[in-house]
Design a protein. Structure first.
Ligand SMILES: Cc1cc2nc3c(=O)[nH]c(=O)nc-3n(C[C@H](O)[C@H](O)[C@H](O)COP(=O)(O)O)c2cc1C
Length: 325
């Protein structure tokens, strides 16, 4: 389920990231590759859900041969189960239950990280999904809601529900993205549970990845923002295990960005597409000291189309070796 590669590199997953990590990003990332699986950002399952139509945005073959797990977020057990069944019909290889989203709109409806307030309810929701489908079901969770007082109970409740593994982003809902991810809690989860644990949170470099593996002994790694800043990170981690150093080529970065621009929905306005590209470039320019110096210039530029913006950014990217941390 979470196999290592022939060189001992753990299973690598691209994290779900609503908004910035949309289909355009995932497709561009798939063109670079290096990861084993991606997880789609959450599909909300509201109280009065028309699961058939809601499930249609999920495309199992979006990334070609790279599996794309579907993630569902809600608190109504029957609708969650029905949504999971729809997603199976659409070819989902795995269903992940979101127990981490910190957004107040979501938690106000008892979903996402709200499930962490009540381990027995988390159990009910996860179990309803497990029982509804025959494909693997997993849970992605934070370490708690306000604090970590129910951390162990939540882990055990998830395990008891029959999920295949747990992905842990070791921050509470209240933490948001503020304090550093507590990798020691991934180690605690690993020591407590019989099912595998996927470690996630603040993996920005190969060194970070090795450190998480060393501290936690987790079974796989999930990377989100680190892959936006450095889309080659998965390859660099994999290369490390093969005893090599992966040196990214600027041409690959440019074709990644070109594909991103091409994939942006043609029905979005040019202004929105420029905004999206700025957001992505903002992350990439953060990843290199040389590029950081001109980041503001790129973000402040007033270009009308994403193609123009990419042309404007290209000389900066070419004059930089894309030497990533
Ligand atoms: C913009 C953004 C959107 C996110 N959307 C989701 C989501 O849809 N589902 C989910 O489980 N986690 C979501 N997350 C959390 C990430 O998957 C991940 O757990 C978190 O960012 C920590 O990992 P990282 O430090 O590698 O980014 C999101 C994170 C960000 C920054």
């Amino acid at each position: 389920m979470l196999p290592k590669d022939p060189n001992g590199c753990p299973y690598l997953q691209l994290a779900p990231m609503e908004g910035v990590g949309d289909a355009c990003f995932r497709k561009a990332m798939a063109s670079i590759g290096g990861f084993d699986e991606a997880v789609r950002d959450f599909l909300r399952v509201p109280m009065h859900a028309h699961v058939e139509s809601l499930s249609r945005v999920y495309q199992a073959d979006e990334l070609g041969s790279i599996p794309l797990a579907a993630q569902i977020m809600g608190s109504h057990t029957e609708h969650m189960a029905a949504m999971a069944q729809q997603l199976v019909k659409r070819g989902a290889p795995r269903i992940d239950v979101n127990c981490g989203c910190p957004s107040n709109t979501v938690t106000g409806k008892g979903a996402g990280s709200s499930l962490l307030k009540d381990p027995s309810f988390l159990y009910e929701v996860a179990k309803a999904v497990v029982q509804a489908v025959s494909i693997p079901v997993t849970v992605k969770m934070r370490s708690g809601y306000e604090d970590i007082s129910l951390f162990k109970e939540n882990l055990l409740a998830a395990q008891e529900s029959g999920v295949r593994y747990i992905t842990l982003h070791p921050r509470t809902k209240v933490d948001g993205y503020g304090p550093p991810a507590r990798w020691d809690l991934i180690a605690e989860a690993k020591a407590l549970l019989k099912i595998p644990v996927v470690g996630n949170g603040d993996i920005l470099t190969v060194q970070n990845a090795l450190e998480v593996l060393r501290i936690t002994r987790c079974d796989a790694l999930m990377i989100g923002r680190g892959s936006i800043i450095n889309p080659f990170l998965f390859h660099q981690i994999r290369a490390h295990f093969a005893g090599r150093t992966f040196v990214p080529r600027v041409e690959d970065l440019l074709s990644y960005l070109g594909l991103y621009v091409k994939s942006m929905a043609s029905d979005a306005t040019a202004k929105i597409r420029v905004g999206k590209l700025k957001q992505l470039l903002g992350f990439i320019f953060k990843g290199s000291e040389q590029l950081l110096a001109v980041r503001q210039q790129i973000l402040a530029s007033a270009l009308g189309t994403p193609e123009e913006l990419l042309d404007f950014a290209t000389p900066y990217l070419l004059s930089n070796s894309v030497q990533r941390k």
